[in-house]
Design a binder for this molecule. Structure first.
Ligand SMILES: [Zn+2]
Ligand SMILES: [Zn+2]
Length: 363
């Protein structure tokens, strides 16, 4: 899968290193010599290395952009990747300063609006133990070369995390750096209005809800065009929730749980069933099944959902398809003999009165 591919990079550094200085190792002299950040850069190197854990292996990631003292990282929002860590250290050189220490304070903020959530802030990040992560985080005093490691769980929601780091190194007390880590499904594209379909389901808390991978976008546009050809006089298809701009948890109710199952990677979209005349549904399914895999969802008696077609990308990874097929809620519809449940409109197992005429108005 293209979107699950991850590139391995090498970490950046905040200061450069210079080993050829004749320098007194007295701490106060150090302090006197170091008047600003560029002086500090001659004697010390501070570093934060970001790593993600996949299949029990830590993989280093490199910043995608560096502007001044701000470094930008992108972390793929995907199921296999469960842990993230930042390894920080400071080294200084020529001569050694045995009594010197470094420490930092890290304050993080979690901005989920970048990921498409316009509602109350997300719950805090979690340590692997499940406890809330401290904020701010204090390293305490550490020697040159000693490491301080922050490890946390990848949140299910996508987000921009901004890490403000206040370093104290060799007596210089005003060094700040910022690391920005975007946890996201990369390269999702938004559906725009087009022929044969209409975009619905936008809400105040999730105003942009039609993000999908590029190939699926093309397929959904083709479904609209084909529907328009086959049924030019009938109403358009109504495309409801796909994914948010950065994918990840799609909490329809804005409460950071109640996930919209499957709507986290740009591979799923809900298409209204009740807005398609009953007499047109077989034709609509033919059109959709040519370009995608279609399930009827919300028909089961054990389910109170509004019935709709749950439509997924035709090359969706097998494990996602297996999950859907193993769930009673999803009735597969793409067969030569279309199951009656895919045509009938039921909610909670009960027939629902349609407000539309039932006879077909297709050509
Ligand atoms: Zn939300
Ligand atoms: Zn659905």
């Amino acid at each position: 899968m293209n979107i699950l591919f991850f590139v391995v990079f090498f970490g950046g550094m905040l200061f450069s290193q210079n080993n050829n200085l004749d320098f007194n190792d007295n701490i106060s002299l150090f302090s006197n010599k170091i008047k600003n950040q560029s002086d500090l850069a001659k004697y010390a190197k501070a570093e934060i290395k970001w790593e993600i854990k996949r299949k029990n292996e830590w993989i280093e990631i490199k910043p995608v952009n560096i502007q001044g003292t701000t470094s930008y990282y992108e972390i793929e929002q995907e199921g296999d990747l469960k842990e993230i860590r930042a390894i920080s250290t400071v080294n200084w050189y020529d001569p050694p300063c045995p009594d010197c220490f470094w420490k930092f304070t890290v304050q993080y903020s979690n901005d989920t609006e970048f990921a498409g959530h316009v509602h109350k802030t997300a719950p805090p990040l979690k340590y692997l133990s499940g406890e809330d992560m401290l904020n701010p985080i204090e390293s305490g005093e550490l020697k040159a070369g000693q490491k301080f490691i922050i490890t946390f769980k990848r949140p299910l929601y996508s987000t921009r995390i901004k890490w403000n780091v206040n370093w104290i190194i060799l007596g210089w007390r005003q060094y700040f750096s910022v690391d920005i880590s975007d946890i996201k499904v990369k390269n999702l594209k938004s559906l725009n209005s087009g022929e044969g379909y209409s975009l619905v389901g936008q809400t105040d808390i999730h105003p942009s809800n039609h993000w999908v991978i590029s190939d699926f976008k093309t397929d959904l546009e083709n479904i609209g065009k084909l529907w328009k050809q086959r049924c030019p006089k009938s109403d358009v298809l109504y495309y409801n929730d796909a994914s948010l701009i950065w994918g990840g948890l799609f909490d329809i109710n804005g409460n950071w749980n109640s996930p919209h199952i499957g709507h986290d990677a740009g591979l799923h979209i809900d298409i209204s069933k009740k807005h398609i005349r009953k007499g047109n549904r077989e034709k609509a399914l033919e059109v959709m099944c040519k370009n995608a895999i279609v399930y009827s969802e919300g028909d089961s008696s054990q389910n109170k959902e509004i019935p709709h077609y749950h439509v997924i990308y035709k090359n969706t990874p097998g494990e996602i398809i297996n999950k859907l097929e193993g769930d009673y809620k999803y009735i597969p519809c793409c067969f030569d003999n279309i199951p009656q449940k895919c045509i009938d409109l039921e909610s909670g197992g009960q027939p629902v009165e349609g407000s539309l005429p039932t006879e077909s108005d297709c050509l």
